[in-house]
Design a binder for this molecule. Sequence first.
Ligand code: KMH
Ligand code: ZN
Length: 279
Amino acid sequence: MEMSNAPVVITVAPVGAEVTREQHPGVPFTPTEIAAETAGAVSAGAAAVHLHVRNDDGAPSGDTARFRETIDAVRAACDVVTMVSTGGALDMSRDERASGLDAGPDVAGVETGSVNFGGDEVFVTSDADSLRFIEHARRRGLAIELELFDVGHAVRAAALLADGIVPGLPRVNLVFGVPGGIDATADGLAAMLRPLPADAHWSVTAIGRHQWPMLELALAAGAGGVRVGFEDNVRITRDRRATSNADLVRHAGGLIAAAGRRVATVAEARAVLVGGSGR
Ligand code: KMH
Ligand code: ZN
């Protein structure tokens, strides 16, 4: 994969499904809270938002109306590319996981395989699940970003792209540091990139303490995007918790500048993440 001087899209993942207010009291739950947290992150340089939704009590929600209310609130608060997760939460049905696709987002995130999350937790996405989410997203005219946690997922993503099942520009997000997934190392990054098309727009997510070192490494290797947010990590350093999602985005912006790169505008992010999908 070639080095890149392209602007770097910062995606913020402010909500997640698993992170709790014990881990960070600022995790947003309601549409209003999610919109405010997203707007702050956009002011700090984020150009896309990866959304999960919650009930008022913080329980993950698989309700289309809740997604719609959240997306509307986000759009009223700021200009940003909206992406819904079809990963949902571990105990959700496939229908609940698909609920965001009917809420009018710009982009659908779709997994291409299963992965252990540690202990008894298994995040299951069968090939049939992937194909159903992709078909649903296509029916809705959504752009698709493939979410890859291990090398086999990248192999499957490459086939889905080559066969035109996932149409348009190849867009992938590589996730590092999940207990049963690819390791957050330079070798891990090379292994994930190897099966993918050379023109893929690739973004990097890394979990917990792996986040900042992996993002630095990925930026030096030409990543087209980085993802930060409470969903992935709540800390700037081991000793300092981030004050907000915007704080995490600002820190990512510093790493991008240090790598001699530039943060993408929302218009640039839209061209890369949504362009060619007909939206
Ligand atoms: N919450 C996890 C079970 C994604 O959003 O694409 C799945 C997840 C991945 O967060
Ligand atoms: Zn997610």
